[in-house]
Design a protein around this ligand. Structure first.
Ligand SMILES: Nc1nc2c(ncn2[C@@H]2O[C@H](COP(=O)(O)OP(=O)(O)OP(=O)(O)O)[C@@H](O)[C@H]2O)c(=O)[nH]1
Ligand SMILES: [Mg+2]
Length: 313
């Protein structure tokens, strides 16, 4: 008997904070991408692997798409569109609250517009001639009649092949989305080993987990002005791993906020990150964090290429 397998890429695009990373983690079944309540959490495309029936779907979580101002923003948005153009299926994820009048502004930079960003994405899809799957997300937070009206308004814009209503948080509609993605993959052999959940290098994932804890703990512009780098990774014979990371901040004032009184803030961030890393890696972790003022990391070509971003975007 010949079993026909399918394999391909599905990009998840959408405005900042739509819930893209939450959705990818749920479809994959483990945490491959970090999540916070703030906009612009994801900075570069992160690939997670979903196995569904006889199909392997490489999900591409992308940075939120918005009107970019800084160099880092431009590179993030460009990488998101690249993820979409190379994919076999594109899911446009929309926070249903933007279209049902129930929107609340998430924490983050002021440029965030919500529905305007959805509309800009729709125009670009139109230009590209890409038919996307519309996934209206966060349906746990909206009333049914308003949701149906929003689905119709959006579908009538003519850029969607399908419409689904989902909640990445509680799992509603996720099976239908997974089936749909599996069916849209081209016939062909698997692209990754079946037991591999992500193709993000583990050192980078570790840096991302620490950045998530920093974003959760720090406010205003601070999380947007820092980057985390894993500097050393030592596996010990007893199974434990020693990880040293550098947090690059852009100002001396930021350094003291990250450290906190008597080093209390960084201690708590380190504990939270260490705990999660130990659970992801399934072994004891010794994590050492340091903070350094690197004023110009956002103008560092090297830093961009370490994240797979185009410095000249
Ligand atoms: N209530 C509810 N909250 C959700 C749902 N999906 C995601 N969230 C929340 O929305 C916030 C943003 O989630 P993320 O997954 O980080 O969103 P994102 O689109 O990846 O954001 P960026 O990477 O910044 O573009 C988090 O607080 C999530 O817990 C959902 O279905 N329902
Ligand atoms: Mg994200």
């Amino acid at each position: 008997m010949i079993i026909e397998t399918r394999a391909g890429f599905a990009a998840i695009i959408g405005a900042p904070n739509a819930g893209k990373s939450t959705l990818v983690n749920r479809l994959v079944g483990s945490k491959v991408s970090i999540v916070t309540h703030k906009v612009q959490t994801t900075r570069f495309p992160v690939r997670g692997v979903m196995m569904r029936h006889q199909a392997q779907v490489i999900l591409v979580d992308t940075p939120g798409i918005f009107a970019p101002k800084r160099r880092l923003d431009r590179a993030m948005v460009q990488s998101a569109w690249e993820g979409a153009t190379d994919a076999d299926a594109v899911v446009h994820l929309i926070d249903a609250r933007h279209w049902t009048g129930a929107a609340t502004k998430p924490e983050g930079p002021d440029e965030y517009e919500g529905p305007d960003e959805d509309e800009a994405i729709i125009s670009r899809l139109k230009q590209l001639g890409t038919k996307a799957i519309l996934a209206l997300n966060k349906i746990d937070l909206v009333e049914r009649p308003a949701l149906l009206a929003a689905a119709k308004t959006l579908f009538d814009m003519g850029v969607y092949s399908d419409v689904l209503m989902i909640s990445g948080l509680n799992g509603d509609g996720i099976d239908q989305l997974a089936d749909m993605l599996a069916s849209k993959m081209p016939l062909g052999p698997y692209l990754f080993p079946e037991d591999q959940a992500a193709d993000i290098p583990v050192r980078l994932l570790a840096a991302e987990v620490t950045r998530e804890k920093l974003m959760l703990r720090l406010h205003q512009e601070l999380p947007y002005q820092l980057t985390v780098e894993t500097e050393t990774w030592e596996a010990h014979k007893n199974g434990a791993v020693k990880i040293e990371q550098m947090i690059h901040v852009s100002r001396e004032g930021h350094r003291s906020i990250v450290l906190g009184k008597g080093g209390q803030t960084i201690k708590e961030i380190g504990m939270a990150s260490r705990k999660e890393l130990a659970s992801i890696l399934g072994r004891p972790v010794h994590l050492f964090l340091r903070v350094k003022v690197s004023e110009r990391w956002q103008e560092s070509r090297e830093r961009f290429s370490a994240l797979g971003l185009d410095f000249d975007a």
